[in-house]
Design a protein around this ligand. Sequence first.
Ligand SMILES: C[S@@+](CC[C@H](N)C(=O)[O-])C[C@H]1O[C@@H](n2cnc3c(N)ncnc32)[C@H](O)[C@@H]1O
Length: 208
Amino acid sequence: MKKSKRTKKSNSWKIKQHRDPFFKKSKILGYRSRASFKLIELNKKFKFLKSNTKLLDLGSYPGSWSQVASKTITNGKILSIDIKNISPIKNVNFYKGDIFKKTTKNKIKDFFDGKLEVIISDMAANTTGNKSLDSIRTNQLCLEILNLSSKILIPDGVFVSKVFMGEDFDEIKNLAEILFKEIKFFKPLSSRNESKETYIHCRILKTL
Ligand SMILES: C[S@@+](CC[C@H](N)C(=O)[O-])C[C@H]1O[C@@H](n2cnc3c(N)ncnc32)[C@H](O)[C@@H]1O
């Protein structure tokens, strides 16, 4: 893309961002990004954050979901993971790692020393400019942790993850239906209309 075109695009993105009510509210409330409102809305609908919840936050950079979770989870445990570093958040333990790596999975098992109650994931693959490829790569992240969730969640645990409405959407839905008793999809108002992003909420493992 030519420089002037790129500058125009980034300027119009900045204007859009500053007019965005969720961006404004997140700044006022001290959240690191407007994504905070996606978790606030998801929790308002499904009510999975409790004061003593043991929670894993995946793809946590810059940290707004962890900030939201730490406001409610005052007596539980929070492990927040991303391949990028985040600055510290009170009551949140951060680990820099890739969810596909064994060392990261071992860290999760060691940290919780047993099973946990809630996994939230807002992981998204780096964008390539090819929307279809980006959607497939982000959905691969969701599939990876869906598989992991059945090994590390308590029987009535909760799994919440970003999903793209792409060609492999059904693969995620089918796997979720194999693993969990209750599956719901919810697109928060703070998730932009033009984005194919939605969220899957699953609870109660079928092994019960
Ligand atoms: C949309 S951002 C998350 C925003 C975050 N929920 C918040 O509220 O601040 C998606 C994140 O997923 C992370 N990510 C992508 N692939 C990952 C992987 N394989 N393991 C861990 N994190 C990953 C990216 O580094 C990125 O920071």
